[in-house]
Design a protein around this ligand. Structure first.
Ligand SMILES: [Zn+2]
Ligand SMILES: [Zn+2]
Length: 342
């Protein structure tokens, strides 16, 4: 079967791999579409400590079951495949902190989403597969995974109706967060970014967009909130300076979520009295639990048209290399690789 292999930074190749075979409890999925995630783009551009030559990237996958040995699944069913699910047995799973699962990545779909076929291991077949409703096509269904991550991030902020939210970052994640936060009743929603094309779309979902290349965000927030700061802030840009600069933007008693991962070795400096006297809370969220994944599909189904706006390009497997380079230059919003029908 054909796959897209990661070779080294800035190099991928279309290659052949033997078709995966499945055993008891597993299903085989013919991949129809797989979204390009910021993680894929970062790996392509700079490499990744855990990803070696020959690896197949891609984890936002939809497809059709072509072989089934797992209870409850039949050939021909249209599915979205989670890249991981918690084990249910470890210390963290026992405490309901599923995204800290010690065995999170033990059961993943092989070889990866930018491929023709996927072997879905038993744990994923049990807890990480969802049927796509008829109205969600394969391309749109790839948004379930990033939406699940965004829902986890917003849940952790305990966002309430009428609370103000600042989203720092105008990438696909920031825009997904804005659509979800609006549905949750957050108001006003402010998106800060520096890509005019993305900010133009962001303006549909946020009450205010701030181009930080032109305007000082701190001044904007001060004016907007009469000096108080925002109720909640989510940092969806993986840069230490941006994370550090988020602290003066949250109000006393507010919450900041470090949603984006930062490069290894990053350090930030903060005024500890913002935590003590101002009682602000700093949290982080990573990934999603199966409950977020299921909710994401429901929300997507109800708001399909809004989310479809985020998919600005579909490409075949051999168009991905260019798509990675374009994404790294912040062109377009979300790119989806389409292997079968759309
Ligand atoms: Zn992703
Ligand atoms: Zn676990």
């Amino acid at each position: 079967m054909r796959v897209l292999k990661y070779i080294e930074p800035r190099r991928v190749e279309i290659g052949e791999m033997p078709q995966p075979t499945i055993g008891a409890g597993e299903v085989l999925v013919r991949v129809q579409a797989c979204g390009v995630c910021a993680t894929d783009v970062k790996t392509f551009m700079r490499g990744h400590p855990h990803i070696g030559a020959g690896a197949v990237l891609g984890h936002e996958m939809t497809g059709v079951i072509v072989e089934a040995q797992a209870p409850g699944w039949r050939i021909g069913e249209r599915v979205v495949v989670a890249p991981y699910v918690p084990c249910g047995d470890c210390l963290y799973c026992a405490r309901g902190q599923f995204t800290l699962c010690q065995n999170f990545f033990d059961a993943s779909a092989e070889p990866g989403g930018f491929s023709e076929l996927l072997r879905v291991p038993p744990r994923l077949a049990q807890k990480g597969l969802l049927r796509l409703p008829d109205e969600i096509d394969f391309t749109l269904g790839t948004l379930v995974e990033p939406m699940a991550c965004a829902l986890h991030g917003l849940d952790a902020l305990a966002l309430k109706r009428g609370e103000s939210l600042l989203i720092i970052g105008d990438g696909p994640m920031g825009l997904i967060q804005a659509i979800l936060a609006r549905a949750l009743g957050a108001s006003p929603i402010v998106i800060a970014g520096m890509t005019p094309g993305r900010l133009a779309l962001a303006a549909r979902y946020a009450g205010r967009v701030v181009n930080v290349a032109e305007t000082k965000l701190q001044n904007e927030i001060k004016t907007l909130t009469n000096g108080a700061g925002m109720d909640k802030v989510i940092v969806s840009v993986g840069q230490a300076q941006v994370a550090e600069d988020a602290f003066p933007l949250v109000r006393r008693g507010g919450i900041i979520n470090f949603f984006a991962g930062l490069p290894n070795g990053s350090r930030i400096s903060i005024d500890p009295n913002r935590v003590h006297y101002d009682q602000i809370t700093l949290i982080g969220t990573f990934g999603f639990a199966p409950s977020h994944f299921a909710r994401a599909l429901k929300v997507l189904t109800r708001n399909a048209a809004e989310f479809r706006n985020l998919i600005t390009l579909t490409v075949p497997l051999d168009g991905l290399e260019k798509a990675f380079l374009d994404s790294a230059r912040y062109e377009g919003i979300k790119t989806v690789a389409v292997m079968g029908e759309t």
